[in-house]
Design a protein around this ligand. Structure first.
Ligand code: ADP
Ligand code: TZP
Ligand code: MG
Length: 275
């Protein structure tokens, strides 16, 4: 797995995948920058008159529910991606916080338009149960994956993957990635990732870049994204501690770390456990 993940990072730097994102207006710039840092190129477009054309020329599509608008554009793009066999990555931001978000995610999932779901625990559990788990974009502490509930959480993530046919990347202090057959756990990262907005959106964008360059290996691409984000979270945290800096610098250092990381750096630092 370590060797495969290192190759995914290197292939992404070589292939420069184009990622089309229809995303929120809070973290859009960080999403574009992390795609570029990983070696991809970014285009954000949401007018219904152009989205299918843009998706058709892109290597991956990222759909983020953060400040949900442009639903028709999302559907047009998702269908265009499916026709071209391009991966579609869904970030169900605050799914469960409103009916609109839950219904839009369900519509995409039920139509088989989603290749990878990347969300925090409250978002993934809300998609699975239809229940409200959180009012906002952050995880509810009661939903979080811990060492104590890890095996039950992993079982649920695997079940959700089989139900939807999508790879699922549930992030948090522990990240779980499953394609329904194989399930991986990644530890590490930094508590500071929760003190900036956009760490989750950036992880989704990174997943889209790695999936775009490695469409035959979506599970491994999602593991690569999780591993890169955890590793770079640690590097960025070390750097801000050394410099006595705060959260705004951490966000910059996180993007810096992704831009400097090679496949072999990742292979040396990756901590992945296959369950
Ligand atoms: N307590 C934590 N310790 C270490 N890493 C974390 C922690 N919480 C989140 N992360 C990391 O932050 C990134 C964003 O995940 P998360 O906070 O779950 O997303 P979201 O911002 O969508 O809620 C992921 O890379 C995840 O591994
Ligand atoms: C605060 C906020 N409101 C709508 S989208 C958004 C950003 C959420 O980003 P993330 O889930 O990555 O923290
Ligand atoms: Mg989020």
């Amino acid at each position: 797995m370590t060797e495969c993940v290192a190759q995914i990072v290197e292939r992404t730097l070589q292939k420069r995948p184009m990622v089309h994102s229809i995303t929120n207006n809070v973290t859009v710039n960080d999403c574009a920058n992390i795609i570029l840092a990983a070696g991809g190129s970014a285009i954000m477009a949401q007018d219904e008159r152009e989205v299918a054309e843009i998706t058709s020329r892109s290597d991956a599509l990222s759909l983020n529910m953060g400040a949900l608008r442009a639903q028709e554009a999302m559907l047009l793009s998702a269908h265009a991606a499916k026709r071209r066999k391009r991966p579609v990555i869904l970030d169900p931001v605050a799914a469960g916080a409103s009916r609109l978000r839950g219904e839009m995610c369900a519509r995409l999932l039920e139509a088989g338009l989603v290749s990878v779901v990347r969300g925090n625990a409250s978002e993934v559990w809300a998609l699975m149960t239809g229940a409200q788990h959180t009012l906002g974009v952050e995880v509810n502490a009661l939903d979080q994956v811990t060492e104590q509930n890890l095996s039950e959480s992993a079982r649920r993530v695997s079940l959700f993957s089989r139900e939807t046919g999508a790879v699922v990347l549930l992030s948090g202090a522990l990240d779980i990635v499953s394609d329904g057959k194989c399930t991986a756990v990644l530890r590490g990262g930094s508590e500071m990732m929760r003190r900036i907005t956009g760490a989750g959106c950036m992880l989704t964008s990174l997943t889209a870049a790695y999936c775009g360059a490695n469409p035959e290996n979506l599970f491994e691409a999602a593991v690569a994204a999780s591993g890169v984000m955890k590793t770079c979270g640690e590097l960025a945290y070390r750097r801000v501690c050394e410099e006595m800096e705060g959260t705004a610098s951490f966000r910059t250092r996180l993007i810096d770390a992704v831009s400097m990381l090679t496949g072999s750096d990742l292979a040396a630092k990756l901590r992945v456990q296959i369950l």
